[in-house]
Ligand binder design. Structure first.
Ligand SMILES: Cc1ncc(COP(=O)(O)O)c(C=O)c1O
Length: 367
């Protein structure tokens, strides 16, 4: 529609709207000029693995060694490889719904079975431990945790993380902790699963990357940190799949880790202002229910009052696009029907115009 000249406001894209910071680009260009354009070690250049281990120690509080860090072509590849390594056909993997749909497809690709544990906006999309325990069977092998969450923006409290850890330990389950939005927390504290103790660290694979924090989505650099036998398996698998992530992208990532805390905080504050604006405007639409999400850059409003048997969230999203030129994502793709996901990684002007258009379209439906 955009190509045809339609004025489309895209709240559908899961990436920051600013450019990759200049020093990161310069470092990658310099590495090309230096001739760092050949294969590297499959698990990544040693300098980057060392810098990521240092980041995991100082920022996340995880006792990481460079040998346990496997640099990949994005967090998505790390999640995929982790599931391939840990999951045998028929194994069950617990996902807290709503969840990033990639987890479901990747569990299926590993021959596993997804077991959903529902969460609700009422408790910030955090799981209840009774529900988690009820979902565990003798086939359960892993729990995926994604805090801050895509699509809800929910951030689990330290208490919830501790309870998940305790449950995983009691039942001998792996925890796959996707912390890619680790820098984008506006309210509340950040908790890394593997920082909660030595025991849970031995059962946790921490996954993160450079896409969201440094606006490097196209560079394709992410990583997994895992206890040594799992790290070795991840490295062996990656060796036969992609080999190393792109050499010069790794030098860019190395520079990214030098970004000052002030610069990251400025970006976070810019997202916070846009979050507040989008939530305020959505809350002004009668019948739309939305709480202030604590992290990431998504809001996940409940629009069920506007849905019916003949119009589910998928159809509503299609109509919003066709009628008023606003792109959103239906909640049901994340196993969160009755909602839509909007990214606020767009300009304040687009937020104002786009949410106004949604409001008008919904009001028209109500009539
Ligand atoms: C929860 C979550 N994990 C991982 C990713 C993928 O990150 P990467 O670009 O590093 O593959 C995304 C991207 O949308 C995401 O939302």
């Amino acid at each position: 529609m955009k190509a045809a000249g339609t004025d489309v406001i895209a709240f559908s894209v899961g990436e920051p709207d600013f450019n990759t910071p200049e020093p990161i680009c310069e470092a990658a260009i310099a590495s090309i000029r230096k001739g760092y354009t050949k294969y590297t070690a499959s698990a990544g250049i040693p300098e980057l693995r060392t810098a990521i281990a240092e980041h995991l120690r100082s920022f996340n509080g995880i006792a990481a060694d460079p040998s346990e860090v496997i640099v990949s072509c994005g967090a998505k590849q790390s999640v995929y490889q982790t599931l391939q390594v840990l999951i045998n056909p028929g194994d069950e993997v617990i996902l807290f719904a709503p969840y990033w749909m990639t987890y479901r497809d990747q569990v299926n690709l590993a021959g596993g079975k997804v077991v959903e544990v529902a969460t609700s906006a009422a408790n910030g999309f955090a799981p209840s431990m009774d529900d988690l325990r009820a979902a565990i069977t003798d086939r359960t092998r892993a729990i995926v945790v994604n805090s801050p969450s895509n699509p809800t923006g929910g951030v689990y409290s330290r208490q919830v993380m501790k309870e998940i850890a305790a449950t995983a330990l009691r039942h001998g389950l792996w925890v796959i902790s996707d912390e890619i939005y680790e820098h984008l927390i506006y309210d509340g504290e950040r908790t890394s699963m593997a920082a909660l103790g030595k025991e849970i660290a031995e059962q946790t694979i921490t996954i993160s990357g450079f896409s969201k924090t440094y606006s490097m989505t196209g560079w394709r650099v992410g990583y997994a940190h895992a206890p040594n036998p799992v790290a070795t398996a991840l490295s062996n698998l990656q060796d036969q799949v992609t080999s190393n992530p792109t050499s010069f992208a790794q030098y860019g990532a190395l520079q990214a880790l030098q970004t000052s805390a002030d610069e990251i905080a400025a970006m976070r504050e810019s997202f916070r202002a846009r979050r507040d604006l989008m939530v305020k405007l959505l809350q002004e639409i009668p019948g739309v229910t939305v709480d202030v999400p604590a992290g990431a850059f998504y809001v996940f409003p409940d629009v069920s009052t506007y849905l019916s048997d003949s119009c589910d969230d998928v159809q509503l999203v299609n109509e919003l696009l066709e009628e008023v030129g606003v792109a959103t994502v239906p909640g049901s793709v994340f196993s969160g029907p009755g909602h839509i996901r909007l990214s606020y990684a767009v300009s304040p002007d687009e937020i104002e115009r786009g949410v106004a258009r949604i409001g008008e379209a919904l009001q028209r439906r109500a009539k």
